[in-house]
Design a binder for this molecule. Structure first.
Ligand SMILES: NC(=O)c1ccc[n+]([C@@H]2O[C@H](COP(=O)([O-])OP(=O)(O)OC[C@H]3O[C@@H](n4cnc5c(N)ncnc54)[C@H](O)[C@@H]3O)[C@@H](O)[C@H]2O)c1
Length: 396
């Protein structure tokens, strides 16, 4: 029986620095993983992770295709920017490997569908790390809502706001390895997807329309490198039942904010409501650096250097599932659940694509506001994937 996965890492930027290095080297899952190879065109990122993992120079690559061709592996983790998740995932599945990607599955429904189909066709495992799903507060809300405690879901407001230093390429050290990350991506792709995914997990509904309003008022003023991008986006999601949600996300809060990510939500239903105080996890410190909210539920740096929390257990469980599958121990029920479109982030990717399309087609007001039109997600899916595939997702 296999007890360890030989893992190749494709992409070693900020998500590895912030989350996965702890999973790989200091978690309750580290003994399941052996980092055997690293691919990243950015030499500094590549060597940083390869040095940490003790990967020799012969297994460090600038091109992931070489990693797949030259190293014997059981699985890969694809940590590239969203629009680059699909190609390495398809190549790895084709090479007979299981794959883990960070959220969101991809930048477009078409890519997400191709990845899901390729995993099904190759009978390999695809896991998407939406770590918020493992937040105990989201899980409790899901169970309570789905027991019928609050009646019918009517409307919700979620917000998730990062400090400006995350999006600001002038900040030292820079948060993202990719210098133009905040220009190429939006708060929707980086943040809204977390909250849209958490909401859909709780209420278990299919989104049918999306509309977005974008605010570009702070990022263009940054110096010396301005960023042509959105500070804040309000994404309105309409579900098949007529229920709706506003997911407000941004990355331009002053760096003096009380936590790196200020976030919360209220979900209102016919028979009650749920408040999720996500930014008050219970450890508030008064320190020379300021008054700070620390979130040990996400990453808990324990005394013995082990890192725990849902940021670690979420991907850790995906690797446990991969190991179980490779040992023939993943039950049919678990496998079926792992391949559901919701689990694989299909609807979340659709919301992302719809919101970005709405912004791209929006009316630009003087002063940096973009008012997007409503985007019909059924039409978008049929157009991108064809009627048959759209029907399989309940969208035709
Ligand atoms: N940064 C976070 O805290 C965080 C959290 C959750 C999810 N994510 C997701 O993780 C993914 C990566 O984001 P990031 O924040 O690490 O971005 P980043 O720009 O910091 O790092 C991306 C890395 O991928 C590398 N890369 C680009 N093309 C590549 C290729 N073809 N092959 C191999 N490597 C390649 C880049 O050189 C860079 O080192 C995105 O999907 C993002 O949404 C990030």
């Amino acid at each position: 029986m296999k007890t360890k996965l030989r893992l190749g890492i494709i992409g070693a930027g900020s998500v590895v620095r912030e989350i996965y290095q702890h999973l790989y080297f200091h978690s309750h899952y580290s003994h399941l993983l052996e980092i055997c190879a690293v691919a990243d065109p950015n030499e500094q990122c590549r060597n940083w992770l390869a040095d940490l993992a003790g990967v020799p120079p012969s297994r460090r690559f600038s091109d992931y295709r070489e990693l797949l061709a030259k190293v014997k592996l059981d699985a890969v983790q694809v940590n590239t920017p969203d629009h680059l998740h699909c190609a390495p995932t398809l190549a790895a599945l084709k090479a007979g490997l299981d794959v883990v990607v960070p959220k969101p599955t991809a930048a477009t429904a078409k890519d997400a569908h191709a990845m899901i189909q390729a995993a099904k066709d190759s009978r390999r495992f695809l896991g998407v790390d939406f770590h918020k799903r493992e937040d105990p507060r989201i899980k409790e809300a899901e169970a309570r809502f789905q027991n019928g405690r609050y009646g019918t879901f009517q409307t919700a407001v979620f917000y998730m706001l990062d400090k400006l230093w995350v999006a600001d390429p002038n900040h030292s050290p820079r948060f993202f390895a990719t210098p133009d990350f905040a220009e190429k991506n939006t708060p929707v792709s980086f943040l809204t997807v977390h909250m849209a995914d958490a909401l859909m997990k709780i209420v278990n509904l299919i989104p049918v329309h999306v509309r977005a309003t974008g605010y570009s008022q702070k990022l263009p003023s940054l110096k010396p490198i301005p960023v042509k991008g959105y500070d804040l986006v309000d994404t309105e999601i309409l579900f098949e039942t007529g229920a709706q949600a506003h997911i407000i996300s941004g990355w331009a809060l002053p760096n003096t904010a009380e936590s790196n990510t200020v976030q919360s939500s209220r979900i209102i239903c016919s028979d009650g409501l749920i408040d999720l105080g996500l930014d008050t996890p219970g450890l508030r410190e008064v320190h020379a650096e300021g008054i700070l909210e620390v979130n040990p539920l996400f990453r808990n740096f324990e005394k013995d250097k082990t890192v725990t929390g849902y940021g670690i257990s979420s991907p850790g469980r995906l690797y446990q599932q991969i190991l179980a599958m490779q040992n023939g121990k993943l039950s049919a029920t678990e496998r079926e659940a792992a391949f559901q479109p919701t689990t694989l982030g299909f609807y979340t990717t659709l919301v992302l694509e719809g919101a970005e399309k709405s912004l791209a087609e929006g009316k630009k007001l003087p002063g940096g506001v973009t008012l997007g039109p409503a985007v019909d997600l059924r039409e978008l899916t049929v157009r991108q994937l064809g009627a048959r595939a759209a029907k399989s997702y309940g969208l035709a």
